[in-house]
Write a protein that binds this ligand. Structure first.
Ligand SMILES: *[C@@H]1O[C@H](CO)[C@@H](O)[C@H](O)[C@H]1NC(C)=O
Ligand SMILES: *[C@@H]1O[C@H](CO)[C@@H](O)[C@H](O)[C@H]1NC(C)=O
Ligand SMILES: *[C@@H]1O[C@H](CO)[C@@H](O)[C@H](O)[C@H]1NC(C)=O
Ligand SMILES: *[C@@H]1O[C@H](CO)[C@@H](O)[C@H](O)[C@H]1NC(C)=O
Ligand SMILES: *[C@@H]1O[C@H](CO)[C@@H](O)[C@H](O)[C@H]1NC(C)=O
Ligand SMILES: *[C@@H]1O[C@H](CO)[C@@H](O)[C@H](O)[C@H]1NC(C)=O
Ligand SMILES: *[C@@H]1O[C@H](CO)[C@@H](O)[C@H](O)[C@H]1NC(C)=O
Length: 405
């Protein structure tokens, strides 16, 4: 199985074992989505204060008995609040003078307060860059020597209203460093494309994560920025609220089915609290070309979450405004390894994730795999053998096959 530090792209070490196949076979329950099947989704840019653009995007997803609020902002580092309420009538209220003050507590509220069932937040604090040319780092499975990170709190972002697309329920935050002495971002930008959904489905672009009306997708793209080294690996530091003394953990879910994300048999999830609460979900894969495909796939490593008490993290006014003072946990996502495709190919890197409330969407097994399983189950005695055979066929590992003369 995959070690947590191993590159996870490729059939070799990540192929599921027959044991995993069997355990999935026995535990695959009918695919039931908790939550609402469809929602009325609206995107609204909340007008800034005194005519300046403060980029506060409110996604409101109304179901029969509940409303989800996703509030995205580039005030401070890019951040999102997710708030689930048990009424179709809850609303977001912003007090700009308080939100923009040094003590923003209470500047952003969801009303009525007693309808809130779950709330959490993510903050995208820094863009990391590593020099991966030292082979001893590669051997130690480290991304490399870090360059000074780019603080995303010190980026300037476009006017979100200009990219708001009600047809696709999406909007894009596009930014570059406010001060760029090395001119690395003269022709480049970091973009966060946010998309909501009124029902379930999958995007056309890999890794084709299954979304529902309870989720929101974020696609990060670093395009055209000059790397500081020939083999620069990039990363993203992400912070979230800690829960009591502990940090949430990232769980790896394995699957035997890679129909929608070829050769990626893993789904990573960060779960807040016990189910059903909220989650962040992603496939451990990023792409070095716009047309994401197998050739341009990079592995994506997630570090464990650590409390951030020991070092200063850029504060997010919206998170502070909603939650008041809190402790945070952070982790790093790093994209790619020095061998293999990378940002250096086309100065392009994209990665996507889902954020949602309730139980994370679960991929139903694809028709192909179901068909194979039906055959296997039809002959219980051969089930074990069948599981092994399927894997052999799917992975073309036919080394033990001897032609019959
Ligand atoms: C942002 O864009 C919208 C729509 O294009 C425009 O109405 C608004 O004035 C802009 N805001 C600022 C501060 O430039
Ligand atoms: C909405 O709430 C009502 C009453 O509490 C309940 O009967 C109904 O099943 C709920 N509908 C959904 C879709 O959860
Ligand atoms: C907004 O916050 C300011 C400063 O805390 C306060 O004086 C004002 O009354 C608030 N406005 C509203 C409408 O609550
Ligand atoms: C490579 O990394 C190792 C261990 O981190 C270090 O000792 C060595 O000096 C580095 N080599 C170069 C050329 O930077
Ligand atoms: C930015 O693009 C211009 C025009 O394509 C090019 O001349 C220039 O060298 C580029 N600058 C950097 C830093 O890549
Ligand atoms: C990048 O590669 C070029 C050519 O291989 C080399 O001349 C240059 O020194 C390298 N730059 C860095 C920062 O390693
Ligand atoms: C992320 O990586 C940077 C650069 O190596 C490091 O300074 C920071 O402590 C890391 N953060 C976490 C949460 O591991």
């Amino acid at each position: 199985m995959c070690g947590s530090g191993e590159p996870r792209w490729g059939r070799g070490p990540c192929s599921p074992s027959p044991m995993l196949f069997l355990s999935l076979l026995l535990s695959t329950a009918p695919f039931v989505l908790l939550g609402e099947k469809t929602r009325q989704v609206s995107l609204e840019v909340i007008p800034g204060w005194l005519g300046s653009h403060q980029n506060l995007l409110h996604i409101r997803a109304v179901g029969t008995n509940s409303t989800l609020h996703y509030v995205w902002s580039s005030l401070g580092p890019p951040a999102v609040l997710l708030v689930a309420t048990n009424t179709p009538h809850s609303s977001l209220s912003v007090n700009w003078s308080r939100l923009l003050s040094p003590e923003p507590d209470g500047g952003l509220v969801v009303l009525p307060k007693n309808s809130i069932q779950f709330s959490s937040a993510l903050i995208f604090t820094r863009l990391l860059e590593f020099d991966s040319t030292n082979l001893s780092d590669v051997a130690a499975k480290l991304p490399g020597k870090p360059y000074p990170p780019y603080s995303l709190a010190e980026f300037s972002w476009n006017n979100i209203s200009d990219s708001l697309d009600p047809a696709t329920l999406s909007a894009t935050f596009r930014g570059h460093p406010m001060s760029d002495p090395t001119k690395a971002f003269v022709n480049g930008s970091l973009a966060f494309r946010v998309q909501a959904f009124s029902g379930s489905g999958r995007p056309v672009q890999p890794p084709r994560l299954l979304h529902t009306a309870d989720t929101c997708q974020l696609e990060m793209a670093l395009v055209g920025a000059s790397p500081r080294g020939n083999r620069s690996l990039f990363g993203l530091e992400v912070a979230t609220l800690s829960e009591g003394p502990d940090c949430p953990s990232v769980l790896e879910k394995h699957s035997i089915d890679d129909e929608y994300a070829p050769a990626v048999f893993q789904l990573d999830q960060l779960l807040w609290g016990s189910l059903p609460s909220g989650f962040m979900q992603w496939r451990p894969v990023a792409f070095s070309q716009k047309q994401g495909g197998r050739e341009s796939a990079l592995s994506c490593q997630a570090s464990p979450l650590h409390p951030t008490l020991s070092y200063p993290l850029p504060q997010s006014p919206i998170v502070r405004a909603f939650f008041g003072p809190q402790n945070f946990c952070a982790f790093n996502l790093t994209f790619g390894v020095s061998t293999g495709p990378g940002y250096w190919d086309q100065h392009y890197l994209s990665w996507s994730m889902l954020l949602g409330v309730g139980s994370p969407p679960v991929d139903a097994l694809s028709p192909l795999v179901l068909g194979i399983m039906a055959v296997a189950l039809g002959t219980p005695g051969l089930m074990l053998l069948g599981g092994g055979l399927i894997l052999l066929l799917r992975h073309k590992q036919s080394s033990e096959y001897q032609p019959i003369n």
